[in-house]
Design a protein around this ligand. Structure first.
Ligand code: FAD
Length: 170
């Protein structure tokens, strides 16, 4: 299938800007096909590397059941939401990744993904501390990987006009 084009394409972020948003974000919302046809949109921490997203979670639960039934998902990261009351608007910037989620089964890949998350969220911890934490949590740890099929990013027209795109594209 073909992914939709943005109607207001002047507000679209470049691929590099999208990647910069994903690299610096600290949480997003994973949308999956939940129970009974209700979309299930669940907030998660994540890491972005080598053009894919990784998440950690428990080995059971609503999102895991949903992904096993239907791997197609989307993940949305809000980079900026600056409310401007006098203009009745918000100077926003966000990215949506559509893709397929898989459970990482291979132990070395699982450890690598957990280490990536650990380095992002606890950068002051030593490699030894991280390794110990990963080893301890391994029996309870599930790692998911979202491989993108389409990435789109959009910002408020006021930001695109002002050329205030992300400062550090990756
Ligand atoms: C900023 C942020 C970062 C997070 N990072 C992580 C992470 O990295 N890994 C992780 O596993 N979890 C994280 N969480 C918690 C996450 O949102 C889920 O609660 C958790 O992953 C359990 O999901 P589940 O589908 O297995 O829950 P289940 O307990 O199976 O869900 C059952 C029901 O509980 C309700 N529910 C579950 N989670 C939430 C929620 N967050 N808010 C409201 N209702 C809820 C829903 O109605 C759902 O259908 C984070 C939450 C926030 C807000």
């Amino acid at each position: 299938m073909e992914f939709r084009k943005m109607r207001r394409d002047g507000q679209a972020l470049t691929p590099a800007q999208c990647r910069a948003v994903l690299a610096r974000g600290t949480s997003g919302v994973l949308a999956v096909a939940g129970d009974g046809g209700y979309p299930y949109a669940v907030p998660l921490s994540y890491a972005w590397q080598e053009d894919r997203l990784v998440f950690h979670c428990a080995k059971a639960g609503h999102k895991l059941d949903a992904i096993i039934q239907e791997p197609k998902a989307s993940f949305c990261v809000i980079d900026q939401d600056q409310v401007v009351p006098e203009e009745y608007t918000t100077y926003f910037r966000s990215v949506i990744v559509f893709g397929r989620v898989r459970v990482v089964e291979d132990e070395s890949q699982l450890r690598a993904a957990a280490a990536l998350l650990g380095r992002k969220y606890a950068p002051e911890h030593t490699s030894e501390q991280l390794e110990q934490a990963i080893t301890q949590s391994l029996p309870r740890l599930c790692v998911l990987e979202l491989i993108p099929d389409c990435i789109s990013g959009k910002e408020a027209v006021e930001l695109s006009r002002a050329g205030q795109g992300p400062a550090n594209p990756v």
